[in-house]
Design a binder for this molecule. Structure first.
Ligand SMILES: [Zn+2]
Length: 397
């Protein structure tokens, strides 16, 4: 047995086989109807390995076949592979202080049903509250827990590698074993992550980074969060909480943040912080969309607040660029909504503070996926758990 730097166990050949299986699974997921020849072109995996893995997928009931297109001069049309929509269900649970959202999806991760439930009010209500919402969701969607192969849950706060919530300034709960509690209640494997890291992973699996292996993700909701997706994987750090971009320090002796410290990025460009800044200019804006609408109308106070916020964002982005030299930065959530007003001042600051060579080789992407009303993060976490390399997942690959 070997265990590599990412904690992957197995013999060399079994690790390689799992890696190939995962790559082929995602090629079929992303390019529904793909032929065996196209899988080879996209993944570089040899024909006999692909045949063996396709047979394994058939044995697991994962695939359907579709007749391929007849192409001139190509002889017999090749069949295309499609993930079998009946092969299993995934659940994504978004645990937010203001609402609890449950999503179900097939193995391709595309949502089938979405339901909203009352938020969890206290730590003591956690297990019953989430299990009750899942039961109601499955009943309304006509599904059962037995069909579920993987569950992903996201919540704001520090979540360690084992799926334990260490602390959360949003919930103000103590330490809570979210993964343990939910897997006991649901009787299914449950993977748990921080909400921003889930949203960052969703960009890789469903969004603007499907073909991107290296990016920094930053978003803003009730706080500012982020994900470091470096060289093909989320960088988790020693405890598993890496990516707390919102608590990087931007202003010495600055505004007090939800974390209790001063001068954090989150204290300037989170939703509540921007709402406060609007209020300071005599404006009431409840949401990022309302803030954008005011700026679109040319309301002077709104333009001033967003110009200042854009400069702060630009300062933060300069630090990431100078520290990590990332080829891509993804702007998500409320920051993506406000991007038309935030990015011009941010770019002004970037030109001043980012290393010119690093800035030149960094593409800034504005996420569309993370502007949708329901985060795909929990489903991304479920899909990642389902198709993980370490062999602990539900699929025997
Ligand atoms: Zn902070």
């Amino acid at each position: 047995m070997i265990r590599d730097s990412r904690g992957v166990a197995g013999s060399h050949s079994s690790v390689l086989r799992r890696a190939n299986s995962i790559e082929i699974f995602h090629a079929i997921r992303l390019h529904s109807g793909i032929s065996q020849r196209e899988i080879g072109d996209r993944t570089g995996i040899d024909k006999s390995t692909i045949s063996a893995i396709i047979k394994q997928f058939d044995d697991l009931g994962l695939l359907r076949r579709e007749p391929g297109e007849v192409r001139k001069g190509r002889g017999r049309p090749s069949e295309g592979f499609v993930l079998n929509s009946d092969a299993g269900l995934m659940l994504g649970i978004d645990i937010d202080p203001e609402r609890l959202v449950v999503m179900s999806a097939g193995l391709d991760g595309e949502p089938l049903h979405v339901s909203e439930h009352s938020p969890i009010r206290s730590e003591a209500d956690f297990g019953d509250g989430v299990a009750g919402a899942v039961a109601a969701h499955l009943a309304a969607a006509g599904h059962s827990l037995e069909q579920v192969r993987s569950v992903g849950a996201c919540l704001p706060g520090l979540v360690d590698r084992s799926g334990r919530l260490i602390s959360s300034s949003n919930f103000r709960w103590g330490s809570l074993d979210v993964a343990g509690e939910l897997s006991t209640r649901l009787g299914q494997p449950v993977w748990v992550d921080n909400d921003a890291r889930g949203a960052g992973l969703a960009e890789r699996l469903f969004g603007c980074c499907v073909d991107v292996y290296d990016y920094v993700f930053i978003d803003s909701h009730s706080g500012v969060g982020g994900a470091l997706y470096l060289e093909g994987a989320i960088y988790a750090g020693s405890l598993g909480i890496a990516g707390e971009i919102g608590h990087t320090k931007i202003v010495p002796h600055g505004r007090i943040c939800q974390c209790g410290d001063g001068g954090c990025l989150s204290a300037y460009i989170s939703g509540p912080a921007l709402r406060d800044s609007f209020r300071g200019s005599g404006l009431v804006a409840g949401s990022f969309v309302e803030m954008k609408a005011m700026a679109d109308e040319g309301v002077e106070g709104a333009l001033g607040v967003l110009d200042e916020a854009g400069e702060i964002l630009g300062l933060a982005l300069s630090n990431f660029i100078n520290l990590l030299n990332p080829p891509n930065i993804v702007i998500g959530g409320g920051l993506a909504v406000l991007a038309p007003h935030l990015m011009p001042p941010a770019e002004r600051v970037l030109r001043r503070h980012a290393l010119p060579e690093a800035l030149e080789h960094c593409t800034i992407l504005i996420s569309e996926l993370s502007q949708k009303p329901h985060s795909r993060g929990p489903l991304a976490v479920a899909l990642q758990g389902l198709s993980q390399l370490n062999g602990d997942g539900p699929f025997p690959w």
